[in-house]
Design a protein. Structure first.
Length: 145
């Protein structure tokens, strides 16, 4: 038996009226919510076991943050923290999708933070990091292989 809140005007002190379980049917929205959650959990399980997610921008931002001074022209050379962060970022690259994701994150950051392309393109050489695509605010990230 299920109790549903109910105010009976003829009997103001009766707040619950029992409803037999056989008459209670969950709304269709509850069923659709259940199946949506089941699908979402299945999809997340699939990703965790079969698909590798691309490098998130939070990781890119955290590892590249120390390069901001040089990339904006405020510092004469990239700091050790900048180079070390980029080396750590390079170690996270496992696929072409990772490279594309990093490229897209850097481009978004470059536009919003006033990064100067001439300094940005000098960072890989100054940090002695091998990058197999052009580092530029104008790089088409979708053409990276």
């Amino acid at each position: 038996m299920l109790l549903i809140p109910y105010l009976n005007p003829s009997s103001p002190f009766q707040f619950h009226q029992p409803i037999p379980s056989s008459e209670f049917h969950p709304p269709a929205t509850m069923k659709s919510l259940f199946f949506s959650m089941l699908f979402l959990l299945s999809f997340l399980f699939f990703l965790a076991n079969n698909g590798e997610a691309a490098v998130p921008c939070t990781t890119v931002d955290a590892n590249a943050a120390a390069c901001l001074g040089f990339a904006t022209g405020m510092a004469a050379k990239p700091s050790d923290a900048c180079c070390n962060g980029l080396r750590q970022l390079a170690q996270t690259v496992k696929s072409v999708d990772d490279k594309k994701a990093i490229c897209r994150c850097l481009k978004v950051g470059a536009k919003s933070l006033g990064i100067q392309d001439r300094f940005l393109s000098m960072i890989p050489q100054a940090c002695n990091i091998k990058v197999d695509f052009p580092v530029s605010v104008n790089t088409n990230c979708e053409t990276i292989h």
